[in-house]
Design a protein around this ligand. Structure first.
Ligand code: SF4
Length: 262
């Protein structure tokens, strides 16, 4: 159940489709906030545009619902002006990696002290199911009716390469692991990036033979491989089953960071 102290019940009913994974991610994030013991007056939630970015509207705290792709730019400004605040960003794969792609890599490079939770549903959900930078090769969307011909971005690996101090990836199936990862990210000074593979039954599932919500969740569960095993298979040149992705903690380090509380 969502942490009652942080939830705006007066905003119900929410806009998410039945079976959407975004509510689970919101729940895990607020559980992590409670675990951290953060105060409402000392915490700001920031988002761009998309289904994921509606999340701050359901939280009883200050928030900025900004323009498409610019959540990290606004969040950086907030952190520079008020380093005493805890800053949490909700974003999606289209918002973060397409329109906001440069903000993403530079926020990681600067290692701005914030927690970025990306709900990666591998599609543009809110605008009708167009292909995004994380739509898998061969997957169907309204803009890839014959299957995507492009390779997908690996957002977590991108954050590692760009310099974020903490990077993890889980799915909306892995509720406990995800909550723990977000909590660890919040405890780590610098930019913490947590990618969450989530189900979008409405715009990804129904185009890709995963119309039923349990099928989508089972797909996420069965295609997730612990990063230690995944990396070993890559090193050994072993064949990795199609659609498999790594989960777990990809990096935790102590690069110099911007905007850390003194
Ligand atoms: Fe969730 Fe997809 Fe519906 Fe958006 S379109 S609310 S991501 S199920």
């Amino acid at each position: 159940m969502i942490a009652p102290d942080w939830f705006r019940e007066d905003r119900l009913p929410h806009i998410y489709c039945t079976g959407c994974g975004n509510g689970t991610v919101l729940n895990c994030t607020l559980a992590a906030v409670e675990e951290m013991g953060w105060e409402r007056d000392g915490t700001a939630f920031i988002s761009g545009i998309g289904c994921s970015s509606r999340a701050p509207g359901y939280i009883l705290a200050d928030s900025l619902h900004t323009t498409h792709g610019r959540a990290l730019a606004f969040a950086t400004g907030v952190k520079m002006a008020r380093p005493d605040l805890n800053v949490v960003v909700f974003t999606g794969d289209g918002d973060l990696a397409a329109i906001g792609g440069n903000h993403f890599i530079h926020a990681c490079r600067r290692n701005v002290d914030m927690t970025v939770v990306c709900m990666n549903n591998q599609i543009y959900g809110m605008t009708g199911g167009q292909g995004s930078p994380t739509t898998p090769e061969g997957a169907f969307s309204t803009t890839t009716p014959y299957g995507s011909s492009e390779p997908a971005f690996d957002l977590a690996e991108l954050a590692v390469a760009a310099g974020a101090n903490y990077v993890a990836r889980w799915t909306s199936y892995h509720v406990k692991e995800l909550t723990k990862a977000i909590t660890t990210g919040m405890q780590t000074p610098g930019l913490a990036f947590i990618e969450v593979r989530t189900q979008c039954p409405t715009n990804f599932g129904r185009h890709n033979k995963l119309r039923r919500v349990p099928d989508m969740i089972e797909y996420l569960r069965s295609h997730a491989m612990l990063v230690s095993k995944y990396d070993r298979l890559v090193r050994e040149g072993a064949e990795i089953p199609e659609g498999t992705f790594s989960v777990g903690e990809l990096v935790r380090r102590k690069r110099p960071a911007m905007g850390v509380k003194q």
